[in-house]
Design a protein around this ligand. Structure first.
Ligand code: BV8
Ligand code: ZN
Length: 248
């Protein structure tokens, strides 16, 4: 993929970079996205699954949906896009990776400064007393674990619809977005708020906003540059184009 000179120039000149990733970032690691035609929610209703009401109505169904996703994630590896972002982070003194994903593939690829807006699928806690649940999870069991301290239902430590995002994480993400000179929005349909507000905040604060997505999104017309391609193909080429010219 050819990148325009002004896109490359903006990345070389920048000191502060912020990146937002969504489910499309992990698509080439074999993890389905949410809203693509073959996505996780094509057959299911998100409010039924990724919401507190859905969990209260059908705790076993929701717990087993997460266990199914845990099985897929356990076999997934970071793709070339995750690896490229980890390399990109080493080129800048101020690089913030904000993710909506819960699969921890950015950390597995070596990214250090990662802000998980929607929690992660590894950790669990008690619905009632909120204490972390540290026992191992049997992802093949259909039985919903209960809290050894209070008997409450155990839930994944992800942020569900209608739930607040971790406030300090969101604050850090918004601060990095407001301060960056270049913002990359990668593999997200830009539909879920408040994460979806970040590219607009970056743009309104004068940043160059680069969208990387094989499809157009509701943000595409606002982006400074739209790179119509996948994370695992575009990012390695983008990082290669700046690595020789960029030092901290
Ligand atoms: C909250 C859980 C308030 C974990 C998820 C305005 C402000 C605030 C809230 C709202 C608001 N308007 C509406 C709301 C409510 C709601 C919301 O945004 N609803 C939407 C649907 C309209 N927001 C909330 O409820 C949030 N909570 O704000 O609470 C509050 C305040 C005070 C007190 C109490 C409450 C919570 C939102 C978090 C929900 N949890 N996940 C899990 O199970 O995963 S959201 C879910 O969607 C995932 O986290 C996912 O990451 C996220 C966003 O989806 P995407 O990542 O973008 O994935 P998607 O499939 O949509 O798109 C994939 C993209 O990748 C596509 O564009 C595709 O083209 C592209 N792609 C495909 N292949 C590739 C690719 N790109 C690159 N390479 C490829 N190979
Ligand atoms: Zn408890």
């Amino acid at each position: 993929m050819n990148f325009t000179n002004d896109l490359i120039e903006s990345l070389i000149k920048a000191d502060k970079i912020a990146v937002l990733t969504g489910a499309g970032m992990s698509a080439e690691s074999g993890i389905k996205t949410f809203r693509d035609p073959d996505g996780l929610w094509a057959k299911l209703n998100p409010e039924e699954l990724a919401s507190i009401e859905g969990f209260m109505r059908n705790p076993e169904t929701v717990w087993n949906w997460y266990n199914e996703r845990r099985k897929v994630i356990a076999m997934a590896n970071p793709n070339e896009g995750h690896i490229a972002l980890a390399k990109m982070e080493t080129l800048y003194s101020n690089f913030t990776l904000i993710t909506q994903n819960i699969d921890r593939l950015h950390q597995a690829a070596g990214s250090k400064n990662v802000l998980e807006l929607h929690g992660n699928i590894v950790e669990n806690h008690c619905l009632r007393c909120k204490k972390p649940y540290l026992e191992d999870i049997d992802i093949n069991s259909k039985i919903l674990p209960v809290c050894p301290l209070c008997g409450g239902k155990i839930r994944p430590s992800v942020v569900w619809f209608g739930e607040q995002l971790p406030q300090n994480t969101l604050f850090e993400a918004e601060k990095a977005t407001e301060e960056c000179q270049v913002f990359l929005s990668i593999g997200t349909s830009t539909e879920v708020y408040p994460a979806a507000a970040l590219p607009y905040i970056a743009k309104n604060n004068g940043a160059v906003v680069i969208e990387i997505n094989p499809r157009m999104t509701s943000f595409s017309n606002e982006a400074s540059f739209v790179l119509n391609g996948t994370a695992a193909t575009v990012l390695p080429e983008l990082v290669k184009s700046i690595a020789g010219k960029k030092n901290k």
